[in-house]
Design a protein around this ligand. Structure first.
Ligand code: KIV
Length: 283
């Protein structure tokens, strides 16, 4: 009886530890255990506290902050400094999710040395625990070197937004047989280079299924259908904060944008009408 109580206490304690601290091993093990991996983007302290309180596996400081936080048309102007600034903020609010930060456009393409240096800055100055890079075979040397520098890497294939000018817009990728073969080869090359997970963005569901099947590492889909090992969404899209454009693959779980507008409208009216502040709000 007593040993059962101790056993339960041990299990509870370790469950809490498992809930609180996600790392690359726990993420990779999820695929073996046939458990889905969850990831959301996050760009600041307040949101990091809210999201990580719900036992999310990974927070991604995505360079999508260029669109949703900085108001750029695309992610190309985002700098390493922007990524470090937002990663620091998220780090302070994160309660145990694995913290992954995007390497922005032109921070890893130029040379292997430059890639390692910038990944190192994102980890050392920002506090990220892993970095994400966009591309396949063409960046495997950079991936290997970053991994050799003891920095875990997530790959990103399919509609890689940093290649928007090459793709001629935000278009679903992997539609032709040739593109499908290349995507599979790229995914395998990234896995061999040492990435611990790969994001698959805006590709046909059957292709994502095939890629997922031929990899030992987890696939994390965004617009890649139902059969990936996990899913990621941009937080501002899924809570209805960012409405400039809304891809078909997004599900809106809340309408926070409308809630904010209503609150602001109400505040303005109450200030104008002298209803706010009241005595209880005064010193
Ligand atoms: O920058 C980002 O938010 C991303 C996700 C869309 C995966 O890369």
């Amino acid at each position: 009886m007593l040993s059962n109580i101790f056993r339960q206490r041990w299990l509870d304690k370790n469950k809490v530890v498992a809930m609180m601290n996600k790392n690359v091993i726990t993420i990779m093990n999820k695929k073996l255990l046939n458990e889905k991996t969850t990831m959301l983007t996050c760009y600041d302290y307040t949101m990091a506290k809210l999201i990580s309180s719900q036992d999310i596996d990974m927070l991604l400081v995505g360079d999508s902050l260029g669109n949703v936080k900085l108001g750029y048309e695309n992610t190309l102007p985002v700098t390493v400094e922007d990524m470090i600034y937002h990663t620091k903020s998220v780090k302070r609010g994160n309660a145990g999710a694995l913290l992954v930060t995007d390497m922005p456009f032109m921070s890893y393409e130029i040379s292997v040395e430059n890639a390692v240096k910038n990944a190192g800055r994102i980890v050392k100055e920002g506090g990220a625990e892993a970095v994400k890079v966009e591309g396949g075979i063409e960046i495997v040397e950079q991936v290997k070197a970053i991994v050799n520098a003891k920095i875990p890497v997530v790959g990103h294939l399919g509609l890689t937004p940093q290649a928007i000018n090459k793709f001629g817009g935000f278009k679903v990728q992997g539609k032709t047989e040739e593109a499908q073969k290349k995507l599979i080869v790229d995914a395998q090359a990234l896995e061999s280079a040492g990435v611990f997970a790969v994001v698959l963005e805006a590709i046909p569901e059957q292709l994502a299924k095939e890629v997922t099947k031929c990899l030992k590492i987890p696939s994390v889909g965004i617009g890649a259908g139902r059969f990936c090992d996990g899913q990621v969404l941009v937080i501002d899209d899924m809570i209805g904060m960012f409405t400039d454009f809304m891809p078909k693959f997004v599900k809106k779980y809340a309408n926070v944008g409308e809630t904010i507008k209503a609150a602001v409208k109400n505040y303005i009216e109450e200030v104008k009408e002298g209803k706010f502040p009241q005595e209880e709000n005064a010193y």
